[in-house]
Ligand binder design. Structure first.
Ligand code: GAL
Length: 339
């Protein structure tokens, strides 16, 4: 009697779970049968300005493509909030829900192998973007690629903005007239390839132009405006007028520096950044920054879409765009300087 009740209860519980799972799957896989292409986008941190510009632009492109062609597309996005473990779970979920292609902005660029193995097992192609996996991982499969900018060129172009400003008005930059540019460097995340390379190359470009430099100080602000503002406050209090230029690995951090300049009531305009975010470009136009290197986020999103569509429809990325030997596709960039 007791046994029968237990079996009955277990049966009811199992039945309910199956119905719930079925419903869940049906809502999330709603269009599988009518040929909808499902693109899963996994981002490292939704609050990052540049990344949210890219993903917003990607949704616009997808909506426009659907409207113009009638092809049915579904874009699912997942924000890992800076945790690789969360991202791994999100990827597994996309795969369980039969997404056709994944676009992954890794939290930890050394973690690609885990995601690649899972995706390969389900034959789902992966486009990594902005945070570049190591070559050994990218070369594992011809249905993988990377979309990002060339960090060396990012850095060299940023350095060229300082060089041009120096040649245009040397006294405005080399304020103490000692022939050496005293600078502060504000960097993105510690293990991010863009941060490391941009830091080195921006300074190298200035040196290569024959301008001597001296680093007063520098710190890591994780690409964030508020962290950069706090660092800048510390540097202005410590070095004051000795600071001649502040080089930032991205625009949000440059804007943080400008926030501090405003708060302290200083007249300091020798700040450079990278990204060309709308707010960054505004600061350049207003002459509050020497310039920025625009990484065209719309072009970035367009490339991600083209690669995703090709891979999801059985083509190779190289059939529709230029893919390097290193399986990378490089997004364009250009300089915008203040007048
Ligand atoms: C960089 C970009 C930064 C930040 C970072 C995140 O390429 O310049 O602003 O978005 O990627 O990985």
């Amino acid at each position: 009697m007791k046994k029968t009740t237990v079996f009955l209860l277990a049966g009811i519980v199992l039945f309910c779970m199956a119905v719930a799972a079925g419903l869940l799957l049906r809502t999330e896989q709603k269009d599988e049968s009518n040929g909808t292409i499902k693109i899963g986008v996994a981002i490292y941190y939704g609050d990052d300005t540049f990344i949210s510009n890219v993903t917003n632009s990607l949704s616009d492109i997808v909506a426009k493509y659907e409207q113009e062609t009638g092809v049915r597309l579904y874009l699912g996005t997942a924000d890992a909030q800076g945790k690789q473990e969360t991202q791994n779970n999100q990827i597994e979920r996309f795969l369980a829900l039969d997404y056709d292609v994944l676009a992954v902005n890794l939290v930890d660029r050394t973690n690609a192998a885990y995601i690649i193995d899972k995706a390969m097992a389900k034959n789902v192609p992966v486009i990594f973007f902005n945070r570049e996996p190591v070559q050994a991982d990218l070369q594992k499969w011809d249905r993988l690629c990377y979309i990002g900018t060339d960090a060396v060129e990012n850095g060299r172009l940023e350095g060229s903005i300082v060089v041009d400003a120096y040649h245009a008005d040397r006294a405005a930059l080399d304020k103490n007239g000692d022939g050496i540019l005293q600078y502060i460097m504000i960097e993105g995340e510690i293990r991010h390839q863009d941060a490391v390379i941009r830091t080195e190359e921006s300074i190298q470009a200035i040196r290569d132009a024959g301008i001597a430099v001296e680093k007063l100080d520098g710190g890591i602000a994780d690409w964030e405006r508020s962290q950069a503002a706090a660092l800048a406050e510390q540097y202005f209090r410590e070095y004051g007028d000795q600071i001649e230029v502040i080089i930032c690995n991205n625009d949000d951090m440059a804007l943080g520096v400008i926030d501090t300049i405003d708060r302290l009531g200083l007249d300091f305009r020798s700040v450079v950044g990278i990204d060309g975010t709308p707010q960054g470009l505004k600061a350049v136009q207003e002459g509050r920054m020497l310039g920025t290197v625009v990484i065209d986020y719309q072009a970035h999103a367009e490339l991600i879409f083209q690669a995703a569509y090709a891979l999801a429809t059985g083509q190779r990325a190289e059939d529709v765009m230029q893919v390097g030997q290193d399986r990378s596709i490089r997004a364009p960039m250009y300089v915008v300087k203040s007048e």
